[in-house]
Design a protein around this ligand. Structure first.
Ligand SMILES: Cc1ncc(COP(=O)(O)O)c(C=O)c1O
Length: 362
């Protein structure tokens, strides 16, 4: 499949900006980037970071680390400022304003639609099947991709936010066939580490039309870093780099990303995943006894989705107890639905106390 043929022609033709750090070695006497010769902070930990220098556009050590984590070749990795930036770059590169379209399957993560709207791309919505655990309507989806004009990006999330369901591997293969020569299939795996499902990264090398989004924001407990990865064919990666800022990743974030993903923190990570699993099991047991909960979608991620009798009453009551939960009532198919993120054991106990008091008074 010729990726360039589905990208915006003006981006394919664009002569990309050559940054000082991107176009020359970063050693020796550096007088090519109008930087300051020394930092203003004397503390040795900060001096080590050489903040007076621009960072590498794609730092080699972090790229190697992330390629190892996701079990792909380095040429398949683009490090981004969170998956949010990956979504934005894809939309800017592949959607011609006023002409092209993205496909989403609501209820889903809201940024696909926002990025498309900012770019002036159409949003084609293929609603999920409520009665089948919010599974995607794969028949309608294939039809939309195959028949609607200008579809360039298909965004699917596995596990999905906020419904928590997975894209079955067989459906992935079928959709990739439908997308061939038409569109990229973007599988957003922000939450995949919370479940045992296999990542679509495994098959990126076989399918040029497949893009996978990964992030350190969720199961690597580092949302503050803003560090995500686009895993894709090298032609896609190089097109995205054309529109990306010259130095997107801060030296501080890169240093922290290396620390967060180092072997030394593996036991903390194990503890995090266990805390989430135990917290979720315990919360689900608690919720099963609550008569004001009418439906529960436990999903495969670090949250659960509930339908309740009165979502705004519940959200307000939790807020009074200092607990923020997310009301999804305004989204299609989700009237009176709230999403609860699994927090620490202490936070879960606080939540249960607030829910118990809500139940006693409602
Ligand atoms: C499905 C999904 N994708 C992407 C993101 C954004 O991730 P990041 O923090 O890497 O930008 C989120 C954030 O909640 C999400 O739920």
């Amino acid at each position: 499949m010729d990726i360039n043929s589905i990208a915006r022609p003006d981006i394919v033709a664009l002569e990309p900006y050559e940054s000082a750090r991107g176009s020359a070695a970063a050693d020796g006497v550096l007088l090519n980037a109008n930087e300051a010769p020394f930092t203003l902070i004397d503390d040795p930990d900060w001096r080590r970071l050489a903040l007076n220098r621009y960072p590498s556009p794609q730092p080699a050590e972090l790229k190697q680390r992330l390629a190892g984590l996701y079990n792909v070749d380095q040429e398949n990795v683009l490090i981004t400022r969170g998956s949010d930036e990956g979504i934005d770059l894809l939309t800017r590169v592949f959607c011609q304003p006023g002409r092209d379209a993205i496909v989403e399957c609501p209820p889903c993560f809201g940024m696909y639609r926002i990025a498309a709207s900012i770019q002036g791309a159409r949003v084609i919505s293929v609603p999920r099947l409520v009665r089948q655990g919010f599974e995607c309507d794969f028949v309608a989806l294939a039809q939309a991709i195959g028949e609607q004009p200008g579809v360039r990006l298909v965004f699917l999330t596995s596990p999905n936010n906020p419904t928590g369901d997975l894209i079955p591997r067989a459906e992935l293969g079928r959709l990739l066939e439908v997308c061939k020569d038409r569109a990229l299939l973007v599988i957003d795996e922000a939450y995949i580490e919370f479940c045992s499902a296999r990542s679509a990264c495994e098959v990126v090398a076989q399918w040029p039309q497949l893009v996978v989004l990964r992030t350190l924001s969720k199961a690597w407990a580092a949302a503050g870093l803003r560090c995500g990865s686009v895993i894709a064919n090298p032609v896609v990666i190089s097109l995205l780099q054309r529109v990306m800022a010259p130095y997107p990743l801060s030296t501080v974030a890169v240093d922290a990303a290396l620390q967060v993903t180092a072997g030394a923190v593996a036991s903390n990570r194990q503890r995090l995943l266990e805390t989430v699993t135990e917290g979720k099991t315990s919360l689900l047991r608690f919720l099963a006894e609550c008569d004001w909960v009418t439906e529960i979608w436990k999903g495969e991620a670090n949250f659960v989705l509930l339908r309740v009798r009165d979502a705004s009453g519940l959200v307000n009551r939790c807020a009074e107890a200092g607990i923020r939960i997310r009301d999804f009532s305004s989204q299609p198919l989700l009237d009176n639905c709230v999403r609860l993120t699994i927090g620490s054991t202490k936070e879960m106990n606080q939540l249960k106390r607030a829910l118990r008091s809500y139940g006693d008074s409602s």
